[in-house]
Design a protein around this ligand. Structure first.
Ligand code: LRH
Length: 492
């Protein structure tokens, strides 16, 4: 087979990329042809996606990829939960709002009061998180009902970009599964739930499977960009689902951590697990490629490191990530721990200050140096991984002997090492470009060039060299784990 090329757009926490994937029948090689900022924009206290600029960047990516040799198809993935509202004419009613915006404050409680937290979990299988689409939409129902009255369609972000490219409106299954409005067993919207929340079911377009060809670039775009009408494929468009598709696992049962701004810690299952135990563990059932369930926990992850770095910078200290790693290594182990997923850490701002408050309120040593803050973050994330691993084993009844870590966060060697030590398991790290690889692999399957997901994983294993980490000093982690468990007494 000659080389085939597909173009994967991945929108991450601070940047977006257009990656040209070349497939020779055995290996998938990636080349970054365009990278751009993906910073949200604050206007009068609301945090927005800069959506038109991003669509402009998609166009630049298409042009660059054509210049770099051309390609057959396009796939887009973004983080979950965010959406745009379209009028009847197909115009955006406003810029999509970023999930870190404050509009969801109090909405989870309001929805749970109406539906019941247990029932909401039973219906959707989703972990309760304030950022979920359902709570974002409910804030509009409560505060701006006129906006919903003039809306004809809700499109999740990758579906919105696909609509801008093709004029076709669909809801791709993996991204729809992050809304908390979908029935994960039948993989269809739940109109009764929508109605109870005063959301018109007709707002939500038909759900399609990951890997569906949604259309081709509009004629207008082809003229503007001087390109042929490329095929647009609705890949596993939730970035987590794309990353999981690229986990180089050889066995059916495996633990993954998709490690970027967030850490998604979980396992792939043939069907959802929705019971009292999984609800109490706040584990989520999302949909992966092929209709699998990705049974996982959203852990705040490296957001804490990224935002702490920004805060240090705001206060005149420009550390690199490598500097922060060194500072953490040089600080005393286990001086203090936080619950990384406490809601106080979700919004941007002074994370170090909030960590000090957290430690004070929980009667612990209050970190004084920057290194102590960073060490506290790393150790707490690694502890949260171990904690989640135990919960998942408990829910699935399976034991897992190693952990696959994938995504950009695997460049963080300290986190990989601590993960192995905390869990007392081998960590297999890589590929760093898991999301773009998973996006490309699903396009290659849709084009008939790879037969199925397990073959795609084989090709991905052929395409990169993993890095292995082994546990060190696990006994010390074990000693401190009880302290961590006590901090998390809200989740059992
Ligand atoms: C990870 C992720 C995650 C959550 C969050 C908003 O990037 O998609 O699954 O939904 O972002």
């Amino acid at each position: 087979m000659g080389k085939k090329r597909v173009l994967a757009f991945d929108f991450g926490g601070s940047s977006g990329r257009a990656m040209l994937a070349r497939f020779d029948g055995q290996k998938i090689e990636l080349k970054e042809v365009h990278r751009f900022d993906n910073e949200p924009v604050m206007v009068h206290g609301t945090l927005y996606w800069d959506v038109l600029r991003l669509f402009h960047e998609i166009k630049q990516g298409i042009v660059q990829a054509n210049n770099a040799g051309g390609f057959d198809s396009i796939g887009i993935d973004t983080w979950g939960v965010d959406f745009g509202l379209l009028s009847k004419e197909g115009t955006l009613l406003e810029n999509p709002v970023h999930y870190r915006d404050r509009r969801t404050a109090g909405m989870m409680d309001a929805v749970c009061k109406k539906i019941g937290a247990e029932r909401l979990y039973q219906l959707t299988g989703n972990q309760l998180m304030e950022i979920n689409t359902v709570f974002q939409l409910y804030s509009i129902v409560q505060n701006r009902p006129e906006l919903l009255r003039s809306a004809e369609t809700v499109l999740l972000m990758p579906d919105l970009f696909n609509f801008m490219l093709t004029g076709k409106k669909y809801a791709e299954c993996s991204i729809a599964s992050t809304t908390q409005l979908m029935d994960p067993v039948h993989q269809q919207w739940n109109p009764a739930l929508m109605e109870q929340l005063e959301l018109r079911p007709s707002l939500f377009p038909p759900i399609v499977k990951s890997g569906t060809v949604v259309g081709t670039l509009t004629e207008e775009l082809c003229r503007e960009l001087e390109t042929e009408p490329k095929t647009v494929i609705s890949v596993a468009s939730h970035d987590t689902a794309s990353a999981v598709a690229a986990i180089p696992a050889e066995t059916e049962d495996f633990i993954f951590i998709s490690c970027g701004t967030w850490s998604l810690f979980g396992t792939e299952l043939p069907f959802p697990i929705i019971n009292e135990k999984s609800r109490r563990c706040n584990l989520t059932n999302e949909i992966g490629y092929g209709g699998t369930t990705t049974f996982l926990k959203n852990i705040i992850g490296l957001w804490l490191i990224q935002e702490t770095r920004r805060q240090f910078k705001r206060t005149g200290k420009a550390y690199s990530y490598a500097d922060m790693e060194q500072m953490a290594k040089a600080s005393k182990p286990f001086a203090c721990l936080i619950d990384p997923d406490s809601p106080v850490f979700v919004q941007p701002g002074d994370i170090p200050g909030r960590i000090r408050d957290f430690c004070q309120k929980t009667g612990q040593y209050v970190p004084r140096t920057d290194g102590e803050i960073v060490r506290c973050i790393y150790e707490s994330i690694a502890m949260k991984y171990q904690y989640t691993l135990e919960q998942i084993q408990d829910c699935t009844g399976k034991a897992y002997s190693c952990i696959y870590m994938a995504g950009g966060g695997t460049k963080d060697r300290l986190l990989c090492q601590m993960t192995a030590s905390a869990a007392n398991r081998k960590v297999i790290a890589g590929p760093t470009e898991a999301t773009a690889l998973g996006n490309a692999a699903v396009q290659l399957i849709a084009l008939g060039l790879i037969p199925d997901l397990s073959e795609a994983r084989k090709k991905i294993r052929n395409s990169f060299e993993p890095v292995a980490y082994f546990p060190e000093n696990h006994a010390l982690w074990e000693q401190n784990f009880e302290k961590f468990r006590r901090l998390l007494k809200t989740e059992q």
